[in-house]
Design a protein around this ligand. Structure first.
Ligand code: GUN
Ligand code: ZN
Length: 433
C-alpha cells in the first residue's frame, strides 16, 4: 500500500549551482509543501497547489508552521571514532594524531565499544540535520561493521570504510597490505550497494601506508563499480614535508595518490590546503573532490583553504566537519567557519553557495545527485526542519531577514544543532528536538 504525507512549511532547495547559475538556482515557497510518497519526493510547491481538494482522500499532514524545510545535509568527511575526542587541546596535526587520535581509535578494539559508539555517532548526525555522510571508521574491520549495521537499521544513505594503515602508527592499529585489502573486500562484498550503503576504500593518508598498501588500495578502488575513495592530503606543512621525505620520487603529495590510481570520480580528499596549480588540474581532470573542513583547519591551525581559487579552477568541492579535528557536527556551524575562511582569503562566499555545498553540491560530489541533494520529484525524501530553537537572538534575526538567503546565512552564523527541529529519512521522522 502506498503511503503519502504532506509536510507544510517554508520549503527551499537549490536546483543548480549558484556559483554558476546565480540566485536563479534557488527555489522556495513561503507557504510551501513537500509531498512524500513511499519515502520519495512526489511533489513540491505552494501548499495550495499540492493539497488535494477536500472532497478527495487526504494524505497525512505534518504542519511545520513557519519552519524551514531543507534537503538533509551532507557531510563529506568525518571520523566515526573521533566524536568523543573533539576539543583535544594544544597540538597540530601530527602531534594531535599521536597524542589524542590514535589512543581514541585504540578503544575501538572492543566490539561492544564500537557498537555503542555507532549509535551515538548516528544520533549526533541526525540531531544536526545531517542525513548523509562519508565516514572513516578505525582500522578494525568490526568498527566499519558496527557503523554499517547501525546505519542499515536506520535506513540511512551513508558511505564508510575501514581505515587502512600499515606503518607510522601504534602497532595495535596496523593492518598489513594484504589484511587491509582482504578486510576491505569482505566489507565491500557485504555492504557496498546494500540498502542505501556504499563503501569507501580508506587509506588514512600517505604517511601511514607503505607503497604496497597504496598500490593495493588503488587496485581495490578500481575493482568494483561505484566504490568511493577517501583520504587526507596537503593539510599541514609538517605533514607535507614528511611526505616529501617518505616518497622522494613523487612530484607532490597529491602525486603519490595519483601514482597509485587513487584519484577519480568518487575520490574525496580532506583538506587540500597546500595543493599547487598542477595538483588542482589533476583533481579537475580526474573528477576528484576537495572536502573543505574549515573548523578542523582552524582548530588544528592547519591553514586556510582558498575555496574560491579551487572553484575558479573547476575543482569539485564539498563541505565537511572532519570531526574530531573538526569541532562541531553541525554543518551550519561548518558553513559559518567556511565563510570566515573565505573572508580571510579575500572575499566571503555567498550564503547560497554554502547552502549548495551542504546539499546539492555535496550530493554531486558524492555522485548521489540523482538520489538526494534537493526536492526534485523522485528523489529520496531526506530532509531537515530548521528554526531558531531556543535562541531568541536567532529568532529575532530570522524575523528581520528579507530573503531566504539571509535566513539561511543567519542560521549558519548564529545557529547550531539546536536549530534542527527535526530530521526525516525517507519521509520518516528520525530525530525530533
Ligand atoms: N590525517 C590523517 N589522519 C587524520 C585525521 O584523523 N584527522 C585529520 N584532520 N587529518 C588526518
Ligand atoms: Zn579527517
Amino acid at each position: 500500500m502506498s503511503t503519502s504525507k504532506v509536510f507544510l512549511g517554508t520549503v527551499c532547495h537549490l536546483v543548480d549551482d549558484p556559483w554558476q547559475a546565480g540566485d536563479g538556482a534557488l527555489q522556495y515557497w513561503q507557504n510551501g509543501a513537500l509531498l512524500v510518497r513511499d519515502g520519495r519526493v512526489a511533489g513540491v510547491g505552494e501548499a495550495a497547489d499540492l493539497l488535494p481538494p477536500r472532497s478527495e482522500p487526504q494524505p497525512e499532514i505534518v504542519d511545520c508552521g513557519d519552519k524551514l524545510i531543507v534537503p538533509g545535509f551532507i557531510d563529506a568527511h568525518l571520523h566515526f571514532p573521533q566524536g568523543e575526542m573533539i576539543a583535544s587541546h594544544g597540538a597540530q596535526l601530527l602531534e594531535w594524531l599521536e597524542k589524542y587520535t590514535f589512543p581514541a581509535e585504540l578503544e575501538f578494539a572492543s566490539v561492544d565499544f564500537a557498537n555503542a559508539a555507532a549509535e551515538i555517532f548516528l544520533d549526533e548526525l541526525l540531531k544536526n540535520g545531517t542525513t548523509t555522510a562519508l565516514v572513516y571508521a578505525t582500522v578494525h574491520q568490526h568498527s566499519a561493521e558496527a557503523l554499517f549495521s547501525a546505519a542499515a537499521v536506520r535506513n540511512l544513505r551513508l558511505v564508510a570504510g575501514k581505515v587502512m594503515m600499515d606503518r607510522n602508527c601504534p602497532q595495535a592499529l596496523r593492518d598489513s597490505p594484504e589484511q587491509g585489502f582482504e578486510q576491505s573486500l569482505e566489507l565491500i562484498e557485504k555492504w557496498h550497494g546494500r540498502q542505501r550503503l556504499e563503501y569507501a576504500v580508506t587509506p588514512r593518508f600517505a604517511p601511514t601506508s607503505t607503497d604496497e598498501q597504496l598500490r593495493l588500495a588503488g587496485e581495490l578502488f578500481n575493482s568494483h563499480d561505484g566504490l568511493f575513495l577517501q583520504s587526507h592530503v596537503a593539510e599541514n606543512r609538517a605533514e607535507v614535508a614528511w611526505v616529501t621525505e617518505l616518497f622522494p620520487w613523487a612530484r607532490s603529495y597529491l602525486d603519490v595518490y595519483d601514482h597509485f590510481g587513487l584519484l577519480g570520480e568518487r575520490a574525496v580528499y580532506g583538506h587540500c590546503i597546500y595543493l599547487d596549480d598542477t595538483d588542482r588540474r589533476r583533481m579537475r581532470e580526474t573528477g576528484s573532490t576537495i572536502a573543505f573542513c574549515p573548523t578542523s583547519n582552524l582548530f588544528l591551525g592547519s591553514g586556510l583553504l582558498d575555496y574560491r581559487q579551487a572553484r575558479e579552477q573547476g575543482v569539485r568541492t564539498s563541505l565537511a566537519t572532519d570531526v574530531g579535528g573538526g569541532t562541531s557536527f553541525s554543518m551550519l556551524t561548518t558553513a559559518e567557519q567556511a565563510y570566515k575562511v573565505t573572508q580571510l582569503c579575500g572575499g566571503g562566499v555567498d550564503p547560497l553557495s554554502l547552502f549548495y555545498e551542504m546539499t546539492l553540491g555535496g550530493a554531486r560530489a558524492l555522485a548521489m545527485d540523482h538520489q538526494i541533494g534537493n526536492f526534485q520529484i523522485g528523489k529520496e525524501a531526506d530532509f531537515a526542519v530548521l528554526d531558531a530553537g531556543d535562541n531568541p537572538l536567532l529568532e529575532r534575526r530570522l524575523d528581520r531577514a528579507e530573503s531566504i538567503a539571509e535566513k539561511l546565512f543567519a542560521l549558519m552564523v548564529i545557529g547550531d544543532d539546536r536549530s534542527t527541529a527535526a530530521a526525516y529519512v525517507l519521509g520518516e521522522c528520525a530525530y525530533q528536538r
